[in-house]
Design a protein around this ligand. Structure first.
Ligand code: PA5
Length: 448
């Protein structure tokens, strides 16, 4: 179960300067009805992520089971949309203890940071490791660089068995990984052509690592299906959770100057969910001088770090809290504690966490800071599947509000192209000339 409480973004609660009037929200109804039917038509193409909940997962589960039986370590090589989804599923549904008590142990090689690379290599044993190389384009520098080193290690340590330690997840037809995989008899999983990186967590990109880790991927998809059903039948703004999230953020941004969207879960397990959301919101909507900057915070930790600013700094934020209603385990503060602190006796950590959230929300209402609360009855694959689909649809719908294409990322490609040029890739010489023109180190200070 997911509940969305948007009372505290409404003008009724925080006033008209910062809050949204109900009439204002409802004034978008014609736009919503029109956009709703456009989205339904686009589900075969741009909105293909909406088809993913209905895929057949049998092959993913069979291959995942083989990996679980054969390997002690499972390393994902990929970055951005090719890694953040799996990381979010791992941290929210397995958690930090997984690698201590379970196998296969899971690691992500996303960055090209030699310290991180070494740290992972120091832990894993190559003959017991499966590497899942994930890249839609098959050419992202970080992924290909990490893969190239691993390929050499595999070939030198395992001789002709090297290809049995690799699985590629990539475009069904194009790119280097597809070609190399076919030539070398490497097992491959397809990323559907119309699904881009940050919308791909419910494709084999996220589902396969999740299945290897023992996460119930069918339940994830069941949750996503439920959200798809609601979002497909409900054209009314107040009944369609994705349109509601999109519209409240859009109005807050464009009409109330809330250029920052903070997501603050009161759950450590949701920390990576915010990383996933940050990419989705930023890379999809940050275009043509528009978009909101997504910011990560964590309750209660950031109450002691950020709330001063959120309440009393620039009035440029809308905050989304994530609350978990029931935990698998909880711990009670004992009765026999010193008198000075015995107001806590008998209360649990979970209770304190939620009371702190309530206290923070009351303080924000007092300062007229718009905030939404998404409550989950518990952390489960079903609920996370719902939440993933909710934010993907809210992002896609927001594209229509901002009148931008949420499914491309031209500004990211530019940086990638300069990197190719700097690394001497064939066909990028003109970019090197452009780089030299643009990039100068004119003002510097150096201290020894
Ligand atoms: O959302 C996106 O498209 C990007 O963030 C990509 O996921 C990221 O750049 C990695 O690309 P690829 O999967 O092609 O290696």
């Amino acid at each position: 179960m997911i509940r969305i409480d948007y009372t505290n973004v409404m003008a009724e609660t925080i006033g008209e300067r910062d809050g949204i009037l109900r009439e204002e929200l409802l004034s978008f109804r014609h736009f919503v009805v029109e956009t709703h039917s456009r989205i339904q038509k686009e589900k075969e193409r741009k909105f293909y992520f909406a088809k993913l909940p209905y895929q057949d997962t049998e092959y993913i589960k069979i291959v995942a089971q083989e990996i679980r039986e054969k390997f002690d370590y499972f390393v994902l090589i990929g970055i951005g949309g090719s890694s953040l989804g799996a990381q979010m599923l791992f941290e929210s549904l397995k958690g930090i203890n997984h690698n201590i008590f379970n196998r296969p142990k899971f690691f992500i090689m996303d960055n090209v940071d030699p310290d991180k690379f070494k740290a992972i290599m120091d832990i894993i044993e190559i003959e017991k490791t499966c590497f899942n190389v994930i890249s839609k384009s098959g050419s992202t520098v970080e992924t290909i660089a990490n893969f190239a080193i691993i390929l050499d290690v595999l070939r030198s340590e395992l001789s002709e068995r090297w290809n049995q330690h690799l699985i590629f997840t990539t475009d069904p037809e194009k790119g280097f990984l597809r070609k190399f995989g076919s030539e070398n008899n490497i097992k491959m999983l397809d990323i559907p052509s119309h699904v881009g990186g940050r919308f791909s967590v419910l494709s084999p990109v996220g589902l396969f690592p999740a299945a290897v880790l023992g996460i119930d991927i069918d339940q994830l998809l069941e949750g996503a299906k439920k959200m798809d059903l609601i979002c497909s039948i409900e054209e009314h703004i107040e009944h369609n959770p994705a349109y509601l999230i999109a519209l409240t953020h859009y109005i807050a941004n464009m009409r109330r100057g809330k250029t920052i969207s903070v997501m603050m879960p009161y759950s450590e397990k949701f920390s990576s969910f915010v990383d996933w959301y940050r990419q989705l919101w930023a890379e999809s909507l940050g275009k043509d001088g528009l978009g909101q900057t997504p910011v990560k915070a964590l309750g209660t930790v950031d109450q002691h770090s950020q709330i001063q600013l959120y309440r009393d700094g620039l009035r440029d934020k809308i905050i989304t809290f994530i609350q978990i209603e029931k935990r698998e385990s909880d711990f009670k503060i004992p009765e026999n504690i010193p008198e000075d602190i015995n107001y806590l006796s008998g209360h649990t950590l979970h209770e304190i966490l939620n009371k702190e959230l309530l206290g923070t929300k009351a303080a924000l209402i007092k300062s007229k800071v718009p905030n939404i609360t998404i409550s989950l009855d518990r952390i489960s694959p079903y609920n996370i599947g719902m939440l993933i689909y909710l934010y993907e649809m809210a992002t896609g719908f927001s594209g229509y509000l901002y009148k931008i294409n949420p499914f491309d990322q031209p500004a990211v490609e530019e940086g990638k192209n300069f990197t190719y040029a700097l690394m001497g890739r064939e066909g990028y010489k003109h970019k090197l000339e452009e780089f030299e023109e643009l990039y100068k180190e004119r003002y510097k200070i150096e201290i020894q």
